[in-house]
Design a protein around this ligand. Structure first.
Ligand code: FES
Length: 234
């Protein structure tokens, strides 16, 4: 990793760890690093942050081939949040938006309630920019049981049965190239429970054992409409 990128990654990790913000507590919820994976489009070209539309659901796989994440441009600078709590009581901090406008965020798309997630056929969970009968909009809404998360504040739970925020994906922003790489997660991962619950289904979707494979040096970003046949609205 080049020095500039390394410094940027360190800043993202330090911010996410809550070092300083929650002195003495941060070791209970440190970020978890996985392999660095550049975000690319389906032609193999790096995603340019300036080309990411607002009010749009993008999906990519990280840190495993079968674990989908949301990539969102929320269109406004987003400061970090330092009072997030996992269901086990461990506090952690989220380092805020990245990119030139500090408006880009990424979260695991596995709902913290009963693990609903976007499949190729259908998704009950998605970013919902517009107001609806059940929310004010600009939220991540899981229509399975109406858990609503705030993507502008570390995906904290706004309402519904989810016991904790969605895990945030640590992003490293290369300002010179206007490109992104995923580095790890912060918050409550649910990958073990996810693989356990959906083992059979994931084997059908990806092939036996393939959903558990780590993503490589790159991971493809797609609009939700290109990823999933039907997105449930609520
Ligand atoms: S699975 Fe998402 S709210 Fe229940």
């Amino acid at each position: 990793m080049q020095r500039r990128q390394f410094m940027s990654a360190c800043a993202a990790i330090a911010g996410a760890s809550g070092v300083g913000a929650m002195k003495g507590e941060w070791t209970s919820a440190m970020p978890r690093l996985y392999s660095r994976s550049r975000l690319i489009d389906h032609f193999g070209e790096p995603i340019k942050v300036g080309a990411l539309a607002t009010r749009t659901n993008y999906v990519f796989q990280y840190p495993f081939a079968g674990t989908p994440c949301f990539l969102l441009n929320l269109g406004q600078p987003l400061a970090g949040a330092d009072k997030l709590l996992r269901a086990d009581g461990a506090p952690y901090a989220w380092s805020g938006g990245v990119g030139r406008q500090h408006s880009i965020v990424a979260y695991s798309a596995i709902c913290a309630h009963k693990l609903a997630y976007p499949t190729r056929e259908v998704s009950f969970i998605r970013y919902q920019p517009e107001r609806s009968p059940t929310s004010d909009g600009n939220v991540i809404h899981c229509c399975a049981d109406h858990s609503i998360y705030d993507p502008s504040a570390g995906a904290r739970v706004l309402s519904g049965p989810a016991p904790q925020p969605l895990a945030a994906i640590l992003l490293d922003y290369d300002a010179e190239r206007d490109e992104l790489a995923a580095l790890g997660t912060v918050g409550a991962e649910q990958f073990d429970a996810f693989f356990s619950k959906y083992d059979f289904k994931l084997a059908l979707e990806y092939g036996q054992g393939r959903a558990h494979a780590a993503v490589g040096a790159t991971t493809v970003v797609r609009e939700m409409t290109q990823y999933c046949r039907q997105t449930v609205q609520c």
